[in-house]
Design a protein. Structure first.
Length: 210
């Protein structure tokens, strides 16, 4: 399975076009799409996640690797759909109302996709009701709220309350994150988890979906 290892290595190097042609080669050789995804693309993204967590690489490298992963995944998607393989979980993510920062959110999204989760991105400036509606529509297991401003952090509590009011608080795990957010704040507002970085967020999400 040297080809899958090569896909992983080229993904880590951020060589999007090379990754795409190697994935195509793997498909042509009859390697199952799920195997290419897990042992090639996700394996590489996993290493990127660990290196990012350990400060061995930084945001630009993560973005480049994620772009390479997405190019590979685009070839696999139709095949995965045919084989009936599904993502291991579904997550709704967004930056809370009043906050337009999205770099952190986008990193979390990439890391979660890199773990094989399906992520529905609501973008920035997301109202509590919009999270609830998206959760109902998508039947997700997890809702992730991001905030970079201390002034928008209280909206996270509004999100928790909105889920309680809708009667589906017990159906989803609410994860929160962002520079000013702390574990103490997470407990105060009754959210399920706070994670300090994108890699840990992805690991926690996988745990919740297990």
């Amino acid at each position: 399975m040297d080809l899958l290892h090569e896909i992983s290595l080229q993904l880590q190097a951020g060589k999007a076009k090379v990754v795409k042609s190697l994935v195509q080669q793997a498909i042509d050789e009859g390697i199952p799409a799920q195997e290419i995804l897990e042992q090639g693309l996700l394996a590489g993204m996993n290493i990127i996640g660990i290196k990012f967590k350990n400060n061995e690489i930084f945001v630009p490298e993560v973005l480049i690797a994620a772009r390479a992963m997405n190019m590979g995944v685009s070839l696999l998607k139709p095949l995965l759909a045919q084989s009936g393989s599904r993502a291991s979980g579904r997550v709704v993510i967004g930056t809370v109302k009043g906050d337009l920062h999205d770099i952190g959110k986008n990193l979390v999204k990439m890391m979660m996709e890199g773990k094989g989760l399906e992520v529905i991105d609501l973008g920035t400036d997301v109202a509590p009701e919009a999270y609830v509606q998206a959760a109902l529509d998508s039947q997700c297991q997890i809702v992730c709220c991001s905030a970079l401003l201390t002034t928008t952090m209280p909206v996270m509590q509004d999100v928790v309350k909105a889920f309680e009011a809708a009667g589906i608080r017990d159906k989803v795990k609410i994860m929160i994150g962002g520079a000013p957010v702390t574990d103490t704040f997470c407990q105060q507002i009754g959210a399920d988890a706070y994670t300090p970085d994108a890699t840990t967020a992805a690991e926690k999400a996988v745990e919740f979906c297990a």
